[in-house]
Design a binder for this molecule. Structure first.
Ligand code: PLP
Length: 377
């Protein structure tokens, strides 16, 4: 048996939609992007949604409209995909890495200790789709007069206190990379209920051009565009948006199935004493973008040996989440975050994807259990 870590759920509907869009003659950002944005805003419960080329560019634009500049500081977890930190660096600001809790999400007490007069924002990640405590971070931001930005790359469809991620604050960034819940190949979205943010984001993503390609194309008179500021080409294409529209129609069943597989994992591993498993707090619902297992100190086997032995059995796995401060790009900072480092070194992600067969699930459970229950030498 050969079991991948993940596999996107793409079918004939997505292929047909891309096909039709290609033949329509309009392939860059146009009517399909507008439709995808409307559907996405409705799905998460925000007033507006702005489609961009990926979540990294979404985060970059979020930093710009939040007014983050050179010399500013933004607090974020080091324990995240490195794009979280990079988007802060792009605008000349400094990422201030804070610790996370056992759930891989920011530790609010540690964040509080790192706030100073240079702090302009907190970049809150919902790691692997598990919601962070948005209300608590919003309260701090309000108190300190700083802005909250959410990196919800992995958290499409996750629920915090009865509402989907994307509806709680004014700059929430999502990813449609194939490792996430729904995909457009590459792609990103920013949701907001702030009209000014919506307008500026939509300008910035298309070279800050005063009118869109589609408007000019549809106009009966000659019109000339102006470029209002230094903008970016961060457009999503209509081909990608057409795929996204189809993916969004399936998201309910995609998440339902991911949760079902995750609950099976949770039930099958909950008697293993040497590990820690994901835990949904009351009012929190994860989309289970990934399923992580943390190996405690008393585990009979090292994390890398688990990964190696699973691979020998044809089961792919991944190390848990990386820490940006231990990557070459950021190690000049020379900081230590013991909890994040420990989680990085002792976590493993196991296969989880839609249409994973019952045989694949049971085989993964059986082989993983064998390794973790193996008596300590
Ligand atoms: C995947 C990911 C990103 C980057 O998303 P892209 O769409 O690939 O740019 C950013 N932040 C987090 C937390 C991610 O998991």
């Amino acid at each position: 048996m050969k079991i991948p870590i993940t596999r996107p759920l793409l079918g004939i509907e997505e292929a047909d939609a891309a096909h039709k869009t290609i033949l329509s003659g309009w392939v860059t950002q146009g009517p399909k992007v507008a439709e995808f944005e409307e559907d996405f805003a409705e799905y998460v419960g925000s007033k507006y949604a702005v489609a961009v080329s990926n979540c990294t560019t979404a985060l970059h634009l979020a930093m710009i409209v939040a007014g983050i500049k050179s010399g500013d500081e933004v607090i974020c977890p080091s324990m995240s995909y490195i794009a979280t930190a990079n988007c802060i660096t792009y605008v000349g600001a400094k990422p201030i890495f804070a610790e996370v809790n056992e759930d891989f999400n920011l530790d609010i007490e540690d964040v509080k200790n790192r706030i100073n007069s240079k702090t302009k924002a907190i970049l809150l990640v919902h790691q692997m789709g598990m919601p962070a405590d948005i209300d608590a971070f919003q309260a701090i931001c309000k108190e300190k007069n700083i802005i909250l930005i959410e990196d919800a790359a992995c958290a499409i469809g996750s629920v915090y206190k009865g509402k989907r991620i994307g509806s709680h604050s004014d700059l929430v960034c999502f990813s449609f990379h194939p490792r996430k819940i729904i995909t457009t190949g590459d792609g990103g979205m920013i949701t907001t209920s702030n009209e000014k943010f919506n307008e500026r984001l939509k300008i910035l993503r298309k070279h800050a051009m005063s009118i869109s390609d589609h408007e000019r194309h549809s106009c009966n008179e000659i019109i000339f565009e102006d470029h209002l500021e230094i903008g970016y080409n961060y457009r999503l294409t209509d081909i990608q948006a057409a795929v996204g529209i189809e993916q969004l129609k399936k998201i309910g069943s995609i998440i339902e199935e991911r949760r079902k597989i995750s609950f099976k994992y949770l039930n099958s591993f909950n008697d293993i004493e040497c590990i820690r498993l994901p835990l949904e707090k009351n009012g929190y619902e994860s989309n289970y973008q990934s399923f992580s297992i943390y190996l405690k100190e008393n585990a009979p086997i090292q994390r890398n040996d688990v990964m190696r032995k699973l691979l020998e059995k044809g089961i792919s796995s991944r190390r848990g989440i990386m820490t940006a401060h231990q990557e070459t790009a950021y190690n000049f900072m020379d900081i230590q975050l013991p909890i994040s480092e420990d989680l990085r070194d002792n976590s493993i992600l196991i296969p989880l994807y839609n249409e994973m067969t019952i045989d694949e699930i049971n085989y993964t459970i059986r082989e993983t259990r064998k390794l973790l229950l193996y008596p300590k030498k």
